[in-house]
Design a protein around this ligand. Structure first.
Ligand SMILES: *[C@@H]1O[C@H](CO)[C@@H](O)[C@H](O)[C@H]1NC(C)=O
Ligand SMILES: *[C@@H]1O[C@H](CO)[C@@H](O)[C@H](O)[C@H]1NC(C)=O
Ligand SMILES: *[C@@H]1O[C@H](CO)[C@@H](O)[C@H](O)[C@H]1NC(C)=O
Ligand SMILES: *[C@@H]1O[C@H](CO)[C@@H](O)[C@H](O)[C@H]1NC(C)=O
Length: 956
C-alpha cells in the first residue's frame, strides 16, 4: 500500500510511508497490558518469558507478558540475526501456535474488562525473525472477535508488520484470534488495545470496522518525529510524511484545539505542522492504491483529511480549497480551515476505486495556496458476524477454565460455524446471537464438582456430564434451565440427593435425568438419612481399604521404578569417570607412555555378548563415525557409556581400531575422552567410552543441541581452553608425542557439566622424535575445512597440523559458523573471518546469537589466536602450549581481571555511535524509502544503546 505523491513517484522511489501494515524495518509500536491500566490501555509483548513486564522506552507504557491473555501456544525468541541494537525489545519474542489441529485451528488472546458497545483501537504486531528456524514466514488469518480482520502475509523474516483496527466491541471482552490456513504456523509479537470515545470515528459501527492503511502527519522536519502516546492521548501512531521536493513545511508553536464533539480529536502536536505546495499556484497531490484482500477483492476506503490554519491571516487574505478525488470534487464546496482549530474532510461511506488520486487545489477566490496537516486512510471490514450470546460465552469460558478443557475450545464457541467448539452444538437465528443448545462432556475426565456455570447456559437443552469423576452434590440451580430436557449425570462420584427443583421437573415430565452409577448418590427422597450416611461411610471403608492396598502397591512400584530409572540414567546424575577405577581386567600398556601414564591404567575387556546386554541389543544410536555406529549403553552398575562398534564395512580398519585402543589406554587427561574398556571378540571390535551427555561441540555451535539454546561466550571460551589443554597434553605430555590428525568441532565432546574432552583417536599417530619431526605417511587424513594446507602439500603431519585445525575450531566458536560456509559461495571460515576482521568488523564476524554477551577484548584476542593458528606456514603458528597460555589470558580478560591493563594499546573499544553503521546492520527486506522513515524512528534506541564493540584491530 502506498500513499504517495505522483510526482515523487514519477521521480523514482515512492515514498512508501506509513502504513500500518507496512514493512517497518525498525518498527516500533510499543505497548502495554494485563488488565487495562488506568487509561484503559492494554499492551502485550507476546512471547515474553516470565511474569515481569517492562516499561517501553518510547511511550513509558508498561508492556505486559501475555500469559494472562491466552492459554495456547508457546514462547519463542526470534533468531538473533534479526535483532540489531536498534531493534525495539517488543520484537524480541513471539508466541506461536503450532497447528495441533491443522488448518482451521484457531488460537486466541482474550482482552477483558472492556465496556460493551464502546469503540476500541486494536493493534497487532508481527515480526517472524525466523524464530522457528524454518526460514518460512507464514500466512494466516487474523480475526477480531468473530470477524475476519485481515490475512496476515509475512513476506520476509525481517519484515515487521503492524495492523490496526478500530471496532465497536459488543461484549465486555474482545478476542484477537489467529487462524491457521494451512500456510504455516501463526505467531504474533504484540497486541495493543486503546479505548476510544463512542463519538470518535463515526464510520466504525457495530457492523463495520476500520482497518488502518496509513496515518500520516504532514510537515515534521525530521523523519524521527513520530507522534503517539502521550502526545496523542489515544495512542494512535502518526508517521511523518516528508517530501521536500514538492512541499513546504509550515508549523505553529501554538496549540491547535479540538472543537467540541470533534469526530477525530487529532492531537495538537500533529496539527501544529502542515505543508503547502512548493509552487504556490500548484495543488497538493498524493495517492494510494486499493489493496485487494482474499475475501474482499475491492475493499472500500475511508479517508480523513485533517486541516488547521496555522497563520493568522490578514483580513484581505483567503485560503480556500477543493479536495478532489480522481479529478472530481470530493468535498463539494471550498474548504477554509479555521485558525488553530482542527477540522477534517472525510467520507462517511466507503468509496471503492483501485487508485485514489487526491488533489487539493485552491478555489478561484483563494489568495493563498492549499494546505493539509494530516491524513488517515482506512479500509472497511464487515463486522456483521454476531458472536455467541455473551452470557453463554461467559458460562462456557468459566466451564472451560474450571475443567481445563483443551480440545479446540478457542475463540467464540459457535462462530464462525466452521470453527465452532467440539462437543457443543449451537442454534443460529437470523437477527440474534447464536446460543449453545447442547453440551456433551461425557467421558472427558472432568474432576471436581458440577460448576454452577452450567446453570447459566440458559438455552441449553441437552447436558451430558456422564462418565467423569465429578464429586459433590447436584446443584438445584440446574432446575432453572427451562429449555433443558436431558440431564445425563451417570457414572460419576456425586453424592447427596436429587435436589427438589430437579425432582419436580422430573415429575412433571419436562426433564429426563440419568444418574445411575453414582455410588454415593441418594436417589429416593428429599434428603439422605443418617442411616444411609452410615452405610455410605461403611461402603467408603470397604472401598478405602482396597484403595489403600492398591496405593501401597503403586507406591512400592513407583519407588522401585524410580530406583531402577536412577540406576539406568546415571549419565545425568553421576560423574562417569569414576567407574574406571572399578574396572577389573588390567590391560597391558602398549609401548610409549604419557605423563600420567605411569598410573596403573585399567581397562576392561568386554565380550560381544556383554556389549549386546549393555546396549540392549544395540538399540539406541548416539552417532556415527567412520568407524561405525556409536551406541548408548549402561553397565551393570548403571554407568552410562557410549559403545563404538566397528562396522564391517568401516573405512577405518582394524589397524585404526587398534591404534585408538592403544592410545586410549595410555593416555589419561581430564580433557581427553576416557575409555572404559574395549572388545575384541572374534571379528567384533568395539570401544567403550565414558558417556558424554551433551554431545558434540559442533551440535552446540549449530544450535542443534538438546535445548536449542545458544552457547554463551564464557562457555565457549572455557571449551576452547579445555580442548586446547587436551591437545597440548597429546603434544607435550606424551612421549613420543601424539598427533590427533582429526581435530574438529565434532570430535570435541561435552559432558553434563559442559566440560570438553577431545575424542576420536582413530587417526592419531605417535611420532617419535621431537615435537616437530616430520613423518611421512602415504595417505592424507583429516576432514575438509580443517586440514593444514602445509600437511596437504607435504603429506607430512606435524603437531602444527593439529594447531591449524584447532584454529578453525576457535573460529567456529567465535563466529558460530561451520568450517566451510556454503552461502553464497563456498568459502573457508578462515578466509571469511580474515576478510571480516581485516575490515575491523568484529560485530560482523562474532556470532550474533550471543547478543553481545562477551568482553569484546576477549573475543578479539581469541579471534587473533585463531588467525595465528591458521597461518599458512606452520612455523608461524603457535604451539599448543602457547595457545593454552593465550586462551588463559582470554579467560582472564573475560573475567575482567586485566581491565587495568587495557592501556596496553590492545583491543580498544570505542564509545559513541555511528548511526549509519546501525542502519547498515539491518537492510533485509526494507525499501530505502521505508528505512528513511522508520529506521530513524528507532534511532532513539540506538542512542541509548551505545555498542561497546571495538571498531577493529587497527589499533594494533
Ligand atoms: C503473500 O505475499 C506474497 C508477496 O506479496 C504473494 O506472492 C503471495 O501470493 C501472498 N500469499 C497469500 C496466501 O496471499
Ligand atoms: C480545482 O479542481 C477542480 C476539480 O478537479 C477543478 O474543477 C478546478 O478547475 C480546479 N481549480 C483550479 C483553480 O485549478
Ligand atoms: C467566491 O467569493 C464570492 C464572493 O464572496 C462568493 O459568492 C463565491 O461563492 C465564492 N466562491 C467559492 C467557490 O467559494
Ligand atoms: C531503553 O532504555 C533503557 C534505559 O534508558 C536502556 O537501558 C535500554 O537499553 C533501552 N532499550 C531499548 C530497547 O532501547
Amino acid at each position: 500500500m502506498e500513499l504517495s505523491t505522483p510526482r515523487t513517484m514519477a521521480a523514482g522511489p515512492w515514498l512508501q510511508l506509513i502504513l500500518c501494515l507496512a514493512v517497518f524495518a525498525a518498527a516500533g509500536v510499543r505497548q502495554a497490558c494485563a488488565q487495562p491500566d488506568s487509561k484503559g490501555f492494554i499492551s502485550i509483548d507476546c512471547g515474553l518469558q516470565g511474569e515481569e513486564g517492562y516499561v517501553d522506552n518510547a511511550t513509558k507504557l508498561v508492556l505486559a507478558t501475555d500469559a494472562a491473555f491466552t492459554d495456547a501456544g508457546t514462547n519463542h525468541n526470534i533468531s538473533a540475526e534479526y535483532i540489531t541494537p536498534s531493534t525495539a525489545r517488543n520484537w524480541y519474542t513471539v508466541r506461536s501456535f503450532a497447528a495441533t489441529a491443522g488448518a482451521g485451528a484457531r488460537s486466541c488472546y482474550t482482552l477483558r474488562s472492556l465496556v460493551p458497545g464502546l469503540k476500541y483501537l486494536i493493534r497487532a504486531r508481527f515480526k517472524y525473525g525466523n524464530y522457528d528456524g524454518l526460514d518460512r514466514p507464514p500466512v494466516f488469518d487474523l480475526y477480531v472477535g468473530v470477524n475476519l480482520w485481515m490475512t496476515v502475509n509475512i513476506t520476509g523474516p525481517d519484515t515487521t508488520m503492524i495492523t490496526e483496527a478500530i471496532v465497536v466491541v459488543p461484549d465486555d471482552f474482545v478476542q484477537v484470534c489467529l487462524v491457521n490456513t494451512g500456510a504455516g504456523t501463526p505467531f504474533i509479537s504484540g497486541i495493543d488495545l486503546r479505548p476510544l470515545k463512542k463519538t470518535l470515528y463515526p464510520q466504525a459501527t457495530a457492523t463495520e470496522g476500520l482497518v488502518l492503511l496509513g496515518r500520516l502527519n504532514f510537515g515534521p522536519v525530521e523523519p524521527t518525529d513520530i507522534i503517539r502516546y502521550p502526545a496523542d492521548p489515544h495512542d494512535r501512531v502518526w508517521y511523518p510524511w516528508i517530501d521536500a521536493t514538492n512541499w513546504v513545511e509550515m508549523s505553529s508553536k501554538r496549540k491547535v484545539q479540538n472543537v467540541d464533539d470533534d469526530h477525530f480529536e487529532a492531537p495538537s502536536a500533529v496539527m501544529q505542522t502542515a505543508i503547502r505546495p512548493r509552487n504556490a499556484s500548484q495543488s497538493i497531490e498524493f495517492f494510494w492504491d486499493a489493496e485487494p484482500q482474499p475475501n474482499d477483492p475491492s475493499p472500500g476506503y475511508i479517508a480523513i483529511m485533517h486541516f488547521s490554519e496555522l497563520q493568522l491571516l490578514p483580513s484581505n487574505a483567503v485560503r480556500e480549497f477543493y479536495v478532489n478525488l480522481n479529478g472530481k470534487p470530493w468535498y463539494p464546496s471550498g474548504f477554509t480551515p479555521d485558525y488553530l482549530y482542527s477540522g477534517a474532510t472525510y467520507n462517511s461511506l466507503p468509496s471503492r476505486h483501485s487508485r485514489y488520486n487526491i488533489s487539493i487545489n485552491a478555489t478561484a477566490n483563494s489568495t493563498l495556496p492549499p494546505i493539509i496537516n494530516a491524513v488517515e486512510v482506512f479500509s472497511v471490514i464487515p463486522t456483521t458476524n454476531i458472536a455467541t450470546d455473551s452470557q453463554d460465552v461467559s458460562a462456557i469460558m468459566a466451564i472451560k477454565t474450571k475443567y481445563e478443557v483443551k480440545k479446540n475450545w478457542m475463540g467464540d464457541p459457535c462462530v464462525p460455524k466452521s470453527m465452532a467448539w467440539d462437543r457443543l452444538t449451537c442454534s443460529y437465528a437470523i437477527a440474534s446471537s447464536p446460543r449453545i443448545v447442547t453440551v456433551n462432556l461425557s467421558s472427558t475426565g472432568l474432576n471436581g464438582d458440577i460448576s454452577s456455570s452450567f446453570a447459566t447456559l440458559k438455552a441449553v437443552q441437552y447436558l451430558d456430564l456422564s462418565n467423569n469423576n465429578l464429586t459433590g452434590s447436584i446443584p438445584d440451580a440446574l432446575s432453572q434451565l427451562t429449555s433443558l430436557t436431558v440431564l445425563e449425570l451417570s457414572g460419576n462420584k456425586l453424592n447427596g440427593s436429587i435436589p427438589p427443583g430437579l425432582l419436580k421437573r422430573i415429575q412433571d415430565g419436562s426433564l429426563s435425568l440419568r444418574y445411575g452409577n453414582n455410588p454415593n448418590l441418594c436417589s429416593n427422597g428429599a434428603s439422605c438419612q443418617p442411616a444411609k450416611t452410615t452405610r455410605n461411610s461403611k461402603l467408603s471403608i470397604y472401598i478405602a481399604v482396597p484403595i489403600a492396598v492398591i496405593l501401597v502397591i503403586v507406591l512400592v512400584v513407583l519407588v522401585l521404578l524410580f530406583c531402577f530409572l536412577r540406576r539406568k540414567r546415571p549419565g545425568s546424575m553421576s560423574n562417569s569417570v569414576k567407574p574406571q577405577n572399578e574396572m577389573t581386567t588390567s590391560y597391558a600398556l602398549p609401548s610409549g607412555v604419557c605423563e600420567d601414564g605411569s598410573l596403573k591404567l585399567e581397562s576392561r575387556r568386554f565380550t560381544y555378548k556383554e556389549l549386546e546386554m549393555i546396549t540392549n541389543n544395540f538399540q539406541r544410536v548416539l552417532g556415527r563415525g567412520g568407524f561405525g555406529y556409536v551406541y548408548d549403553g549402561f553397565l551393570e552398575d548403571g554407568t552410562q557409556v557410549a559403545v563404538k562398534l566397528r562396522s564391517h564395512s568401516s573405512s577405518q580398519g582394524v589397524k585404526e581400531f587398534l591404534a585408538e585402543a592403544q592410545i586410549l589406554t595410555r593416555i589419561h587427561h581430564k580433557n581427553l575422552v576416557s575409555m572404559i574398556g574395549y572388545c575384541k571378540d572374534g571379528e567384533y571390535m568395539a570401544l567403550v567410552y565414558e558417556y558424554m551427555s551433551e554431545g558434540t561441540l559442533q551440535e552446540h555451535i549449530e544450535g542443534s543441541n538438546r535445548n536449542g539454546a545458544c552457547l554463551p561466550w564464557t562457555q565457549r571460551l572455557r571449551i576452547a581452553l579445555e580442548s586446547a589443554q587436551g591437545l597440548e597434553y597429546l603434544h607435550r605430555g606424551c612421549n613420543p608425542p601424539l598427533i590427533h590428525r582429526d581435530v574438529k568441532a565434532s570430535n570435541i565432546l561435552l559432558n553434563t557439566r559442559m566440560e570438553a574432552r577431545i575424542a576420536d583417536f582413530g587417526l592419531s599417530k605417535a611420532f617419535s622424535g621431537n615435537n616437530d619431526t616430520h613423518v611421512s605417511t602415504n595417505t592424507l587424513v583429516g576432514t575438509p575445512g580443517y586440514v593444514d594446507p602445509e600437511y596437504h602439500a607435504t603429506m607430512q603431519p606435524t603437531s602444527k597440523s593439529d594447531v591449524y585445525s584447532f584454529g578453525v575450531v576457535l573460529l567456529e566458536l567465535v563466529t558460530g559458523k561451520p568450517a566451510i560456509l556454503r552461502e553464497p559461495v563456498p568459502i573457508s571460515i578462515i578466509q571469511w573471518a580474515r576478510q571480516g576482521l581485516a575490515r575491523g568488523n568484529i560485530e560482523g564476524v562474532v556470532d550474533g546469537r550471543m547478543h553481545g554477551g562477551y568482553d569484546v577484548n576477549a573475543v578479539w584476542k581469541v579471534a587473533d589466536v585463531a588467525l595465528k593458528c591458521t597461518a599458512q606456514a606452520s612455523v608461524q603458528r603457535p604451539t599448543m602450549t602457547d595457545v593454552v597460555a593465550q586462551l588463559q589470558e582470554c579467560v582472564e580478560l573475560q573475567n575482567g581481571r586485566t581491565e587495568c591493563n587495557a592501556n596496553n594499546g590492545f583491543y580498544t573499544g570505542t564509545s559513541g555511535i555511528d548511526p549509519n553503521l546501525s542502519y547498515d546492520s539491518y537492510t533485509t527486506d526494507q525499501s530505502t524509502s521505508v528505512s528513511q522513515n522508520n529506521t530513524s524512528f528507532e534511532m532513539e534506541h540506538n542512542f541509548m544503546r551505545v555498542p561497546t564493540m571495538s571498531k577493529g584491530p587497527a589499533a594494533r
